[in-house]
Design a protein around this ligand. Structure first.
Ligand code: EPS
Length: 372
């Protein structure tokens, strides 16, 4: 399986291609459109979200909504009236403006961010939704949700199952899994907007019912955690990733941290976050990522005019105040794509039915070994 994207945030359209899905898998396009709507609707998003429709147009790879083996290609038309290329001369700290333009010798500094900006997450969400739908046929559920915004952490209700958490998240303007702190966070976003500033936050991603054996221990780049980390750090704004207890792990003794193994390979803790030695161990995969605040800020930041090398302040048109809820969906999508890639390596066949057969046979073999 392989996926690529193309397009600019203010260009004609943004595009995605996904290849390597087994045939005879039916894609639910309405559900993809619904997730794209959720991506736009988070509290703190920019006025641009009201301009865009975000409807994917599929141009290949599907016959009557079902895969047949050919690459799936689609595009989302941009509606924002601005044309690509703003003749930007003052690089915005935190964007790819400076380093990207110096690298490629660009006079207009806007193009690197046009290519790498947050709008590309719409493409990843279409790709990721296809992956999430595929995985759900095998009982594997993936959810990304907001854990904190700024310094405010939402209370986590551990009692409810992942499907209930999804219902909460999809009905929350902040993609929280409980009502706790919702009002406080909204007020923080409003105040930050008045101050002409922006906010980041933390996102949790949970994968449930993960089969044992996804990813590999043989090479540095084959580990499931290596691949998830690579994909998640590519989401615009993500600056840190941790699996399971993550950063806390360095403060815990070895005897406490390790997830002890009991009869039938059962565990009572999941400090490792479901991956040991680069391979899924059957526990939930639990990841936390940290998103930095949006780099375009209304109050302006110190920078230079690159043509004149004069110190000045950045210019402002508009920006999101907080895009953590949208980013949580993008992280869910990237996780779904990597889990599906590893899933197809282990169980994949040319057809959906063949994949299901492989899955059942291998799962049966593993369960027999640990249950008998
Ligand atoms: C973005 C800046 C804003 C965001 C954009 C990402 O767009 P604009 O420059 O047009 O105001 O709204 O995100 C999207 C358009 C989107 O669909 O997510 C940036 O600087 O990366």
């Amino acid at each position: 399986m392989y996926f690529v994207t193309a397009g600019e945030s203010h260009g004609d359209s943004i595009t995605g291609i996904l290849e390597g899905l087994p045939s005879n898998f039916e894609i639910d396009i309405d559900s993809i459109i619904n997730t794209l709507k959720l991506r736009k609707s988070g509290y703190g998003r920019s006025k641009r979200m009201k301009i865009e429709d975000d409807i994917p147009i599929f141009t290949s790879g599907l016959i009557n909504g079902k895969t047949y083996g050919g690459s799936i290609a689609f595009y989302i038309k941009n509606k924002a009236p601005e044309k690509c290329g703003k003749n930007l001369k003052i690089p915005r700290p935190g964007h790819s403006d400076l380093a990207g333009s110096l690298k490629y010798g660009l006079e207009d500094l806007s193009f690197p961010a046009e290519c790498r900006g947050g709008r590309k997450t719409a493409v990843f969400i279409v790709l990721g939704e296809i992956a999430r739908q595929f995985l759900s046929k095998f009982g594997i559920n993936v959810l990304g949700y907001t854990f904190s915004i700024g310094k405010i952490y939402s209370f986590e209700n551990e009692e409810i199952d992942l499907e209930r958490k999804r219902i909460y998240a999809e009905n929350s303007p902040l993609r929280l899994i409980s009502k706790s702190k919702e009002q406080e966070i909204k007020e923080l976003i409003d105040k930050t907007e008045q101050d002409g500033d922006t906010l980041g936050g933390k996102i949790k991603i949970i994968v449930e019912n993960v089969p044992i054996g996804l990813g590999d221990f043989s090479q540095w780049n084959k580990g499931l955690d290596s691949r998830l980390a690579c994909a998640l750090i590519s989401v615009p704004g993500i600056k840190a990733i941790s699996f399971g207890k993550g950063f806390e792990a360095s403060e815990i003794l070895g005897s406490e941290f390790q997830d002890r193994i009991y009869k039938n390979a059962k565990r009572k803790t999941n400090n490792a976050g479901g991956i040991e030695g680069g391979i899924s161990n059957g526990e939930n995969i639990e990841i936390t990522v940290s998103m930095k605040p949006i780099p375009t800020v209304k109050q302006g930041l110190d920078s230079i005019n690159l043509d004149e090398n004069d110190e000045t302040r950045t210019e402002y048109i508009r920006s999101d105040i907080c895009a953590v809820p949208a980013c949580a969906i993008a992280c869910e999508s990237m996780t779904s794509l990597i889990i599906l890639e590893a899933f197809l390596e282990r169980f994949g066949c040319n057809t959906f039915e063949g994949t299901l057969e492989n899955f059942k046979t291998i799962q049966k073999r593993i369960l027999k070994r640990i249950r008998e």
